[in-house]
Structures are given as C-alpha cells and as structure tokens.
Design a protein around this ligand. Structure first.
Ligand code: AHR
Length: 682
C-alpha cells in the first residue's frame, strides 16, 4: 500500500505554481480571473492527436470492478439489509450494547440459555414489572437509526423462549422521541422452548425517517400463576425490502448505485478483513455459510467491530449474480496483520485445503462435497469463477514467508483448477502469478504524477496487473472533485495500458457517514440509515466504466502545460528517505478508445486546472467525424466541492450535445473537469 495525505494545495497555490512554470506569454493568458477565457491566447494551444486507424491494444473487458470488505460499516450498517444492530448480542460479551430496556424491565446478557453453540449468548428480559399502562421490553436503534418509509413492509423475526411468561409480545417500529407506533404486530404466544417468531410490519402514509427503534414489548408481567416472567431472545432481526427481493439480501439504493457503474467483478472479502489482526479473526469462510442462526460471527478486529457474517460467502456470490459481476475470490493465505503467519509446508496444508474447498463451494457441481453444501444452502447452480487472489498485501509479512506460501497455494490451485487465474499480492520469485495486485493510495498530485507510469512498464513480463485497491485520497468521508480529477487522470493511464492492466477496483467502496461510522477516509459511496449518494469520484468511475469501447487508439500530444511539484519525503523502516527531486506534473490527461461495433471514439480529457483549457484535437485515420456528437461532463467550481447526504447531486455528470466536431477541431475544456467526448467516426 502506498498512502499519502492530501497536501491541501488550493487553487491559488496551484495557479501560482503553474504560473512559475510557464512562459511570460502564458502568464498573461492565465492571469485572468478564473472564469474568463483569454480571447487571444498567446501560449501554444495543447494538441491531442488520435490515430483512429492504429489500435494499440484491446480495452480489457474486466475494467472496471469493485473492491469490498467490512470496513466503515460497509455491510452491517451498510449494504446488508439487516436493520438491527448487534442482533446476536455478541458485539460485546460484557453488555448488551446497542440494546435499551423499555419501561421497568431488566435486561442482561445470559450465557446459560444459548440458542445453539454458534449463538451462545441470549438477551434475558425480566417482565415482572410489566402492566397494562407500563409495558416492558427491549429496543434497538439500529445503525444510527432505523429507517422507516411509507407504505413499506418490513420482516421482523426473533427467537425466544419464556419461563413463567407466555406472551403476548408486541413488535413495533416506534419513533425514538415518541410513542406512536409506525407499524406493529402481535406475537400471541411464546413457548417454553426456543422457537422462531416472524411478523410483518407494514407502514402507512408516513414521512420517511431514520430516528426510529424496533421495540419488542409486553404488558404481561408473567403467567396467571407466576406473575414473575422471564423471556430470552436470540437473533432479533428486521429486514426492509431488499434488492431483487432476496431473503437476507441487500439494500436497494446502494445496489442500484453499484449497478449503475456496470462493474465487471467484485473482489471480496478483503482487504484487511480477509486477514484479520490475528488468525482467529480472519474471514473463516466455513463459518459464514448456512443458516444465519448457525453462524457464530467474528470480530472484524482490523476495523474494530463485530460482524455477524450474515453477509457471508454465498451472499457475496449472490451479490455478484444480482449485478452480473464475476467474483474475484480472495482466499486466506496464512498471514494475519499482527505478524502471525503459518509456516509454509505441512502447517499450511489445512489452509490450502480450506481454499480448495472454498473454490469447490463456488464452482463445484452438486456431486462435490462443497457444491452439495452450496445447493443445500439454496443455490444449486455453480457460480462462474476465473480469478483467485492468494492473501492480501503480503508485503507486510515481516517473516517474508509469502514466496513459499504463495507457491503452495498456487501449485494446489493450478493442479485442481488449471484454468483459474491466480493473483499474487506482492512480487514472488519462485512461481509466475497470472496477475499481481498493486495498491495505490495517493494525493491528487501523486496520482497525476504517476498517471503515465504504465506507459513505460515492461511488456515482457507474463504476469499482468490487477490494480486491486487505489484511490486519490482527498476529501472525507467521501472524495471531493480534486479526488475525482486525480482518479480520472489515473484511469486514463490504466485504460491506455489495458494490455497489462487487466483489472482495477477503487477502494474502499462504502462509508456510513454517521458519526463514528468511518475508519478509513475517502470512500467512493456515502450513506446514512436512510439516504445515500455517490461522490464525484463515483461519477468519474461510472463515466469511465460505461464509456470505454473495446479498443485503445494510438494517441500523441504536444504543448501540454505542466507545473512543478515536489514529491513528499517518505519514511522507510522508520527512517526518513531523501526527498525525491522536483518533477513536472501535467495539467491535462487524456486517452482515446473506440467501440468497434458502433465506430464511436471516446476521447476522455481531464482538465485539473481552475481555468478553461482550449485544446486542439486532430484525428487521423478516419474518413470523417460527424460535426455533431455528445459530451458527458463532470465539473466543479472548486476542487473542494463535493457531494453529501445534504447535497447528493451537487456534482454529477451532465450529457450535452456538441457541434463543430471533425477531424480537426478546437474545444475548450472547463475548469476542474472530466469530459468524455463521443465522436462519431465514418
Ligand atoms: O482499503 C483499506 C485497506 O487498505 C485495505 O483493507 C487494505 O488492503 C489496504 O491496506
């Protein structure tokens, strides 16, 4: 991982740097107010050449995908539909966190009444002080609120058993600061033995809100004979309608935002979430499949909270199915972040076997052990699988065991599944991985400074590149326009070089923007319990992902303005390294691709400056270009401008008709903008 914090450079500093770098004539032209266009620019107009008859490579069909893990409440409190927080009471063994008592009830965690060995803690409620006018019960406020919408049916369920208590229980959605039930249902009778109870809660004409709780309560202190009742609860759950109506499914608005990006693959389950800080808190896939009431859950210690594993291996695969993405399965490779590693050789064999079993669960037919388990779990058809990644960021393993760990996984996977593409997380010397996963977290300037790196990458290496995590880390919780500009500059480089960069996925994908929801800043999509939005960087991704055609065209350029930039000093092994020399950064980035079916040429242009840039475009190798075309433009008045829950659509792409196109034309690209010009070639 390479990270760097945004330098905070603002428009005037940036202009100042630019002015220092260009000729006097240019200074005159650029020293205009931000929005005024120099009428007679004396600096040379940058020229972009597109050679429409020279295809340099195919656009990789796997650009672009998604990377995901349980971070920033991405699943629980995010994509996963569950609305009850700490539904299995295991988030904190010492107290029933996120649960409140209603009325004069008394609640406590109980280890003596487990539902089963996986859900080995229950919530005990003493009902003896309940009365007609003073109900007692339990209440859960969800993940920073429970969202409730009008005319919507919610599915509530819980396990319960009573002692000296037979019910009834009322299940209701209630405003946190009021008593009015937005929806309620009655469970008439509770048995002595554990049983699952399910009700539906349907709202009427109400205003959407998130300040609500799920309340389960009673006015009965106990049975007629005892009056001292106790009721135990396990796995208390509330689901809203989900995407594609999946049981145990996902939040529709977030799924729709993802669907709109047309992602080609999903890298899961991490990231640090795959590895855990310790071996025991890794993503142990076998604990994440089957009936959700049999999943023990685990502490996501990398990011500091409990996961019920309700979104487990099968749910990841169904998520892929719903969005027509390929799964890119990362398998645990025997390294956890607190420097725990499994010694290659016999000690590692069970972990390699776990990975083979996992691949069988994904791809095996129902005659295989794990294919049969998948069918039993509800999905008889195997899933397609082409890519398996061995571990995550194993460069951090200070025992340097990855070379041999990777070899052991690689050999076993290739022997059983020769067609699978096996991805390494850091360079290895004794095997030739199909791909290597490179991670880049950078400031806007660093992203721009490196945007041309892949142009000069050696083509002799058989191992291709998967940029499995990358982001311009500017803006929190979600990136601002500066982030989108850095990302777009970087994407032009990946796209132009997609003979070697086969796949790319931005990270992290999600953040719950409620106070305390974020562990890692600069995340593509933000949300709270009720609403969600795409950041400017999200829209940049969406634009690139939906406009890349299938071939890359040869391009050239002249007179691209630059500004000087001093790369930051880095520390290695705690020692400050010498500062790298100053370098020039371009202010304009571009690439050109073509759709071979329609003939449309997509010219992507990124103007990172706060001034309009006139650009001359020359297209050779095409008989003609129609004068009329389309432009999709994402722009902002300031690099700091961003989207948010309050202003979700402040910066969104706008599609406009354009005229005056041809094989030779000049177009002015707006300040702080990303433009995709669709040119119709004849
Ligand atoms: O994306 C956040 C984290 O960054 C990932 O979990 C990890 O792989 C990387 O260090």
């Amino acid at each position: 991982m390479q990270t760097n914090h945004f330098s905070g450079r603002n428009l005037s500093t940036r202009l100042g740097l630019l002015l220092a770098a260009v000729s006097n004539a240019t200074i005159l032209a650029l020293a205009q107010p931000t929005n005024s266009v120099p009428t007679e620019p004396t600096n040379p107009v940058p020229t972009l050449q597109i050679k429409a008859d020279q295809i340099t490579t195919k656009v990789s069909p796997m650009l672009y995908g998604l990377m995901t893990e349980e971070i920033n409440y991405s699943y629980e409190g995010g994509l996963y539909g569950e609305l009850v927080r700490n539904r299995s009471f295991k988030a904190n063994p010492a107290s029933a966190v996120f649960w409140n008592v209603v009325g004069n009830g008394v609640i406590s965690l109980d280890t003596n009444q487990p539902l089963n060995s996986a859900l080995d803690l229950s919530l005990k409620l003493d009902t003896s002080k309940a009365s007609e006018n003073s109900p007692v019960g339990i209440a859960n406020g969800g993940y920073w609120g429970i969202p409730v919408r009008p005319n919507t049916t919610y599915h509530a369920s819980f396990y319960a058993r009573g002692k000296g208590f037979t019910g009834p229980l009322t299940v209701a959605l209630i405003r946190t600061n009021g008593e009015t039930a937005l929806a309620s249902a009655l469970v008439p009778r509770i048995t002595k033995q554990w049983r699952k109870y399910e009700v539906t809660l349907t709202t009427g004409e109400i205003t959407p809100s998130k300040g609500n709780q799920l309340v389960i309560s009673t006015t009965q202190p106990g049975t007629f004979w005892s009056r001292h009742g106790t009721v135990w609860f396990s796995q208390v759950s509330l689901f809203p309608p989900t995407f594609n109506h999946r049981v145990n499914g996902n939040r529709p608005d977030l799924m729709q935002l993802l669907a709109d990006m047309q992602p080609k693959f999903l890298r899961f389950p991490g990231g640090n979430y795959l590895e855990g800080n310790t071996l025991s808190n890794r993503f142990n896939w076998k604990n994440t499949v089957g009936n959700i009431s049999q999943r023990p859950g685990h502490r996501d210690d990398g990011w500091g909270y409990w996961s019920t594993d309700g979104l487990g291996l099968l749910e990841f695969l169904e998520w892929c199915e719903d969005l027509h993405m390929q799964p890119l399965l990362a398998v645990y490779a025997g390294y956890s972040m607190h420097q725990q590693h499994v010694t290659p050789g016999p000690d590692l064999t069970p972990y390699v076997q776990d990975a083979l079993d996992e691949i069988e669960y994904v791809t095996g037919d129902t005659n295989t052990t794990w294919g049969a388990q998948r069918a039993k779990d509800g999905h008889p058809a195997p899933f397609p699988l082409e890519y398996v990644e061995v571990g995550n960021e194993d460069l951090f393993d200070r025992s340097h065991s990855y070379n041999d760990r990777f070899a052991q996984f690689f050999d076993a996977i290739k022997t059983k599944y020769p067609d699978l593409q096996v991805i390494a997380t850091t360079p290895v010397t004794n095997r030739e991985p199909d791909l290597i996963d490179e991670h880049y977290y950078r400031s806007q300037e660093e992203m721009e400074a490196h945007a041309l790196d892949y142009d000069s990458r050696s083509r002799t290496n058989k191992t291709k590149v998967f940029v499995g995590e990358w982001a311009t880390r500017v803006g929190a919780p979600t990136p601002n326009m500066a982030g989108a500009l850095g990302d777009a500059a970087w994407m032009t480089g990946m796209e132009r070089n997609s003979d070697i960069v086969l796949m790319a996925s931005y990270a992290p994908l999600f953040v719950n923007v409620s106070p305390g929801g974020m562990q890692w800043k600069t995340d593509l999509i933000g949300y709270d319990a009720l609403n969600s939005y795409g950041s400017p960087a999200y829209y940049a991704q969406k634009m690139f992902s939906t406009h890349h055609g299938d071939t890359v065209l040869a391009t050239d350029s002249q007179d691209i303005p630059t500004f000087p930039w001093q790369p930051p000093a880095r520390r290695r092994d705690g020692v400050e390294q010498p500062r790298p020399p100053e370098q020039q950064i371009r202010t304009l980035f571009f690439d050109a691709t073509r759709d071979s079916q329609s003939g449309i040429i997509y010219l992507k242009v990124v103007n990172s400056l706060g001034t309009p840039q006139p650009v001359k475009v020359e297209i050779s190798g095409a008989a003609a270009i129609e004068a009329e075309g389309e432009a999709v433009v994402l722009k902002a008045d300031s690099p700091d401008d961003t989207n948010s829950i309050q202003e979700p659509d402040k910066i969104v792409p706008v599609t406009e008709k354009v005229d005056g196109l041809g094989t030779d034309f000049t177009r002015e690209f707006p300040p702080y903008s990303i433009t995709i010009l669709e040119l119709k070639a004849k």
